[in-house]
Design a protein around this ligand. Structure first.
Ligand code: DHB
Ligand code: FE
Length: 283
């Protein structure tokens, strides 16, 4: 059966793509952000995942306000990147892992998650940048299954529902009849608000408590309503729901312990608090 090697949560600010393209990683503005990644890349080199399940939120590229699934699972053999308006370089298409996609879709529907299955799916910066940050050299070495969670148009799924989804995804991966190693990635956050009266809102205390909770008390954030989360973290800070789903994949099954590989927190990049957390699963 397939095995989850661990999970990684990371921010996905589009400017990261430009910074990598222009090789600005060691400049004073960017260094404290990029310095977080080498320990996580080294760990990935050791554990060598074959597949990444990527929880992310589409920002109006593949799904627009007219059709907005709450949860959508990709089932394509290839995912093309498109620039949805941030002016960042378009990355090469990512390879899908369709057998895992369909296994997840079947298991999730069976577990009463009425997800949308997508045999065609364009992916935006939120799917591509984490993979580029984790594997910066050459083509992406892992195949992917992207899972979209709506954080763009209200009503959004509750934190507790997102946690339950993550748990079901973790159980489904564990029951996938394959010897492949799977990494689970969450893309989003942390606290940020891009527009409106509170543009630039950042809540360091909450972000750090949230990151800490993912280690040993992963259900902590499920106590908050979506409105609480928006109030605390900003309208886009609610992207932290991806991290909750990611962490829940590891809470399932026997021997559900995790150990922290590395974390980093830096403010701000753009108008956003950036976070990075890698957790290895301990059997
Ligand atoms: C920014 C952050 C995001 O999460 C996003 O999707 C787009 C832009 C930003 O901070 O600039
Ligand atoms: Fe975003």
């Amino acid at each position: 059966m397939a095995h989850i090697v661990g999970c990684i949560g990371t921010s996905h600010i589009p400017a990261i793509g430009s910074a990598m393209h222009k090789k600005l990683e060691d400049t004073p503005y960017w260094k404290p952000f990029f310095d977080g990644y080498p320990p996580v890349r080294n760990w990935l080199q050791q554990v060598q995942p074959d597949v990444a399940v990527v929880f992310y939120n589409d920002h109006g590229l593949n799904f627009f306000l007219d059709k907005m699934p709450t949860f959508a699972v990709g089932a394509a053999s290839s995912y093309s990147n498109a620039d949805e308006g941030w002016g960042i370089p378009t990355l090469p298409p990512l390879r899908g892992q369709t057998d895992l996609s369909w296994h997840l879709i079947e298991q999730l529907i069976d577990q009463e998650f009425d997800i949308v299955s997508c045999q065609e799916m364009l992916v935006d910066h939120a799917c591509t940048l984490p993979l580029k940050l984790l594997w910066p050299e050459g083509p992406c070495p892992v195949t992917i299954v992207p899972i979209c969670i709506n954080t763009v148009q209200f009503p959004l799924p509750k934190a507790s529902r997102v946690y339950a989804l993550g748990k079901a995804v973790g159980q489904a991966i564990a029951s996938w009849n394959s010897d492949k190693k799977v990494a689970v990635i969450a893309s989003g956050g942390l606290s940020h608000q891009l527009d409106g009266e509170r543009a630039g809102h950042i809540n360091k205390a909450f972000d750090l408590q949230f990151m800490e909770s993912l280690l040993n008390n992963p259900e902590w954030a499920t106590q908050f309503s979506i409105h609480d989360l928006v109030e605390k973290t900003g309208t886009q800070g609610v992207e932290l729901l991806m991290w909750l789903a990611m962490r829940a994949t590891l809470s399932a099954g026997a021997g559900a312990g995790v150990h922290k590989v590395h974390s980093n927190y830096h403010i701000p990049i753009s108008n956003t608090a950036t976070g990075l957390l890698a957790l290895a699963s301990v059997a």
